[in-house]
Design a protein around this ligand. Structure first.
Ligand code: SF4
Length: 307
């Protein structure tokens, strides 16, 4: 038996920035600091920030007058931004710059008179934030079937954008269906699926070629972690998504010939280390290898007031 760790795995630049914004805001202004929605979709990360003084709320109504609020990495709609302004809240925006890029595309294309189809998962906060950049003229599709069911006049000037954390393969299928149905549809200059999502999916494809069991570390509501599991399953691998070492099934580990481990973009490396420790205790002396993969050098700066 052997264990191979995917590369790259875990935190992306957008998640590191979002966590740093919450930590720096607590340091600078003192606790509590309010955060609208989980700043990133990871229980361990949110629990750690809670201990430092973050209070996570669903809506701005739960933020007291005069307090500081942070928008999560997934972004917010224009209505939420306007509401925060109206309430006079001090806002720090932890929206990932790669999500903001999609927001700007939507605003520009709507200004140019286009209607926009967003490829994404219904109910995901990033989708709500991006759809909320426009007062109308946007449609959400998740699947090829949704494309067939769209009720849009064929002469409407159309563009599409995507959620940043989709499965690259699934998104390509939906884009092909869109192009087939609306040949004049305009797409983004470069893919909206972010570098971190693409790199982690590529790494898990490589891992799936070497390992029969794949363990994905991430929370169940993390979009990119779920996609990593799906990528492994699509390659016929036995894949599990676990949030913490204690979720690991002993029989799964003891019965596997080779185990690949990866982590979603919001899952911290400490969880990977704890899972590796747990496997080492179950199978002492098990060989461990770090797979090779693309090196990532993307970083995003903090808001000026917090840097
Ligand atoms: Fe940004 Fe991509 Fe990370 Fe999401 S997964 S926070 S879009 S870098």
């Amino acid at each position: 038996m052997e264990v191979i760790l995917a590369n790259p795995r875990g935190f992306c630049a957008g998640v590191e920035r979002a966590i740093a914004i919450v930590e720096r805001a607590i340091e600078k202004f003192g606790a509590p600091i309010y955060v609208r929605h989980e700043v990133v979709h990871n229980k361990f990360v949110c629990d750690s920030l809670r201990e430092k003084g973050a209070i996570f709320v669903d809506e701005l109504d739960d933020v007291p007058q005069g307090a500081t609020v942070i928008f999560s990495a997934h972004g917010v709609s224009r209505v939420v931004r306007e509401e925060a302004d109206r309430r006079g809240l001090r806002v720090f925006d932890a929206t990932c710059p790669l999500v903001t890029k999609v927001h700007n595309q939507v605003a520009r294309m709507r200004k140019e008179g286009m209607e926009i189809i967003m490829i994404g998962h219904k109910g995901h906060p990033e989708v709500e934030g991006t759809m909320g950049q426009s007062g109308g003229g946007m449609y959400l599709v998740e699947t090829v079937d949704d494309v067939h069911n769209l009720q849009i006049d064929e002469n409407t000037p159309l563009a599409y954008v995507t959620q940043t954390t989709l499965s690259v393969d699934d998104a390509n299928e939906v884009v092909s269906a869109l192009r087939k149905r609306f040949p004049a549809i305009v797409g983004p200059k470069s893919d909206d699926i972010c570098y971190a999502t693409q790199n982690r999916q590529d790494a898990v494809k490589k891992l799936a070629a070497q390992c029969e069991t794949i363990v994905v570390v991430g929370s169940p509501n993390s979009s990119n972690s779920n996609r990593l599991k799906e990528v492994a399953v699509a390659r016929g691998r036995n894949a599990v998504l676990i949030e913490a070492p204690e979720d690991l099934d002993n029989d799964l580990i003891l019965g596997a010939r080779s185990i690949g481990i990866t982590a979603g973009a919001s899952a911290p490396e400490i969880l990977v280390e704890r899972i590796v420790d747990r496997i080492s205790k179950l199978s002492p002396g098990i060989p461990m290898a770090d797979d090779t993969g693309v090196a990532e050098s993307v970083t995003f700066s903090l808001p000026k007031e917090l840097s």
